[in-house]
Design a binder for this molecule. Sequence first.
Ligand SMILES: [Zn+2]
Length: 64
Amino acid sequence: MTPITGMPLRKEKRGWAYCPICTHTVQAQVILKGKAAYVKPGQRCPRCSSSLEAASVVDYRVAA
Ligand SMILES: [Zn+2]
């Protein structure tokens, strides 16, 4: 019997992502998976409308 444990906790938060296209930090929905944080796929930059999948998470410790 193998116990089903060790599943990384997946949380979603509102945070900040750095858009490399317009070089601005914009608000984005951030997925927290264990210690890693990444931008939720399918989002667009509110400034330049480019996909935020290439953006990197800057900060997610933001009060909602
Ligand atoms: Zn942008």
